[in-house]
Each structure stands twice: as structure tokens, then as C-alpha cells.
Write a protein that binds this ligand. Structure first.
Ligand code: PPS
Length: 299
């Protein structure tokens, strides 16, 4: 995997401190400033590698923490509720937001606000098995108007495995956050556990956030966070993002929402190459990856 698949980077991404940033919407200066951002006790940061269940978890957190979201009396989209740290496209003044503040980010652990290392603020890290994240990412690339080249699956796979892709390396991201978890007040959740048992995942997040919801409220959170309902929910489905940023005429952000879709696309040879890289880069960590809900195979 030494060859750099330049099509995957396509000129709009710039390398900065080990990751690739979308230079149309952020800059090294913006990212560097985040390290010095002041955090507060009540802050909640949702952290993911791209395509791992971010907007799903945004919806869950927002529903848990806002009665007005649960009962439909507030008309605020999830990106407004949980703005992106490094892609602050609406120029939100983070410092003037009332507590508790909520943020979303794809940043690696070492670029996060330094205060977080004093366990000031909570982090929810969502991880998805990398074969499904990669496939979801491949489709997402097609929605980004600032990527002009048509990228084939083979090339994308190379880019993903070598980490030369928007967001950087999946392996570096997950490994970094996992091995530095003691430095943070952090809850790890997986996309697959949310798929398997959404209610249990919601309760786990409630506990971490110190929010007590009655049975009915939990039911509402679960109901409104299903794939089917999120797809039709204008506050949650990211259809509010303009086509100039994300062209959803070419495909849906909420695409399939399943575990194991990679099996429909990856050849046996591609999967074997992937497994080899996975073993080399992650094999020493006690992380259990669920590649398919039917199989319960963990590695
Ligand atoms: S991004 O661009 O990084 O913020 O994307 P992200 O939100 O992390 O990931 C998008 C994938 O999450 C799926 N998704 C869901 N799956 C199951 N249930 C619900 N409710 C849900 N909401 C979003 C979304 O469909 C993308 O996965 P794919 O595999 O492409 O369908």
C-alpha cells in the first residue's frame, strides 16, 4: 500500500498533523485553535471516524437531552444542536453558547481541546466496523461536489487502507482514541451494538450523561432514532445541508444503515487484504469488531 492514490485526495484535502482536512471548509489554523479552546464541565463531544454513526448518535444525544426535541415543540436541526468543531460552516461562536454545549468532531485524540485531558467534559466515541465504514465512505465521496474525479472502489480501498483519505486513517483514529482512553472521560459505543439493541445503547448513553428518562421518554428516543424514522425526519436526515456541500440528488446520506453491507461489495481477495492490514494494525488491541450481525464473529 505504498502507492499514493492521488484521486482519493483529489486536491481539496490538505494534510495537517497526520490527518487530511477538507480545505474548502476548514484550515490548519482552525484546527490548531481547537486545541486551545476552553472547555466546560458540562460539555459533551461526540467523536467518530467518518461514516461510523455520527448523525445517528447526534439524534440520540439530542433526543435524550432535549425534551423539546422529543415532544416536537422545538424545530432545531441536529447540526445546529451539535455543531462540528472543525467544520464550523455556520460560524457558530462556541464560547457564547449556553451550557451544556454539544459538539461533533472527526478529530483524532491529539487534536482535541487540551482541557479535555483533565477530564473536563464528556466524550462519546462511536466506532463502526471499518469495512462498513469504508463502504459508506465510498458512497459519501460521490455526494461531495468538491470531489470531481470518479473514484473506483479499488482505488478507494487503497486510500482507506493507507489512511490517505479525508479524515485520515481509520486504524490511527480508533487506535489513538482507544489507547488514550484513560486520559479522557469517555464512553465507547459501537454502531453494531446500536443496531443490535438500540434501547440498551440509549440507556447506556443516558447513564453516561447523567440523564434520567422515564420509560416513555426512552421509548420516544428509540423510536425517533430508528433508521426508518430518521430518514423521514428533516431535523435529523441532513437533507438541510445545501447541495453545494453535499449533493443528495446523487444519493442519500442515510443510505442503508445496516451491518455487513461490505459483503455485497468486497471481493474475497479484497476482504483478505483488508483483514491482513487490520490484523497488523489492530491485532494487539482487545477490541471486538462485529463484522456481521448474523455471524457474531468477533476479531
Ligand atoms: S458522517 O458524514 O461522518 O457524519 O457520517 P455518519 O453519520 O458518521 O455515518 C453515516 C452512516 O450512518 C448511517 N446511519 C444510520 N444507521 C442506522 N440507523 C440509523 N438511525 C442511522 N442514521 C445514520 C447512515 O445510513 C450511513 O451509513 P450507510 O452504511 O452509508 O447507510
Amino acid at each position: 500500500m505504498d502507492r499514493i492514490p492521488s484521486e482519493v485526495l483529489n486536491g481539496v484535502f490538505i494534510k495537517h498533523k497526520g490527518i487530511y482536512l477538507d480545505s474548502d471548509y476548514t484550515s490548519p489554523e482552525i484546527v490548531d485553535a481547537i486545541e486551545h479552546m476552553e472547555t466546560r464541565e458540562g460539555d459533551v463531544f461526540l467523536v467518530t471516524y467518518p461514516k461510523s454513526g455520527t448523525i445517528w448518535t447526534q439524534q440520540i444525544i439530542s433526543l435524550i437531552c432535549n425534551e423539546g426535541h422529543r415532544n416536537g415543540t422545538e424545530n432545531i436541526n441536529n447540526m445546529t444542536r451539535m455543531p462540528w468543531l472543525e467544520y464550523n460552516i455556520d460560524n457558530v461562536d462556541f464560547s457564547s453558547r449556553p451550557s451544556p454545549r454539544f459538539f461533533s468532531t472527526h478529530l483524532p485524540y491529539y487534536l482535541m481541546p487540551r482541557d479535555l485531558k483533565y477530564r473536563k467534559g464528556k466524550i462519546i466515541y462511536v466506532c463502526r466496523n471499518p469495512k462498513d465504514a469504508m463502504l459508506s465512505f465510498y458512497h459519501f465521496y460521490k455526494l461531495k461536489p468538491n470531489i470531481k474525479d470518479t473514484i473506483n472502489w479499488e482505488t478507494f480501498l487503497e486510500g482507506f487502507l493507507s489512511g490517505k483519505i479525508f479524515g485520515g486513517s481509520w486504524f490511527g483514529h480508533v487506535r489513538g482514541w482507544y489507547t488514550h482512553k484513560e486520559d479522557f472521560n469517555i464512553l465507547f459505543v459501537t454502531y453494531e451494538e446500536m443496531k443490535k439493541d438500540l434501547r440498551s445503547a440509549v440507556l447506556k448513553i443516558c447513564k453516561f450523561l447523567d440523564v434520567n428518562l422515564d420509560e416513555k421518554a426512552v421509548d420516544t428516543v428509540v423510536e425517533k432514532a430508528t433508521f426508518k424514522n430518521m430518514k423521514d425526519d428533516p431535523l435529523a436526515n441532513y437533507k438541510f445541508v445545501p447541495n453545494s456541500l453535499l449533493d443528495q440528488r446523487k444519493g442519500n446520506f442515510l443510505r442503508k444503515g445496516i451491518v455487513g453491507d461490505w459483503k455485497n461489495v468486497m471481493t474475497v481477495a479484497q476482504s483478505e487484504i483488508f483483514d491482513k492490514v487490520y490484523k497488523e494494525k489492530m491485532g494487539d488491541l482487545p477490541i471486538k469488531m462485529l463484522w456481521d450481525l448474523n455471524e457474531e464473529t468477533a476479531s
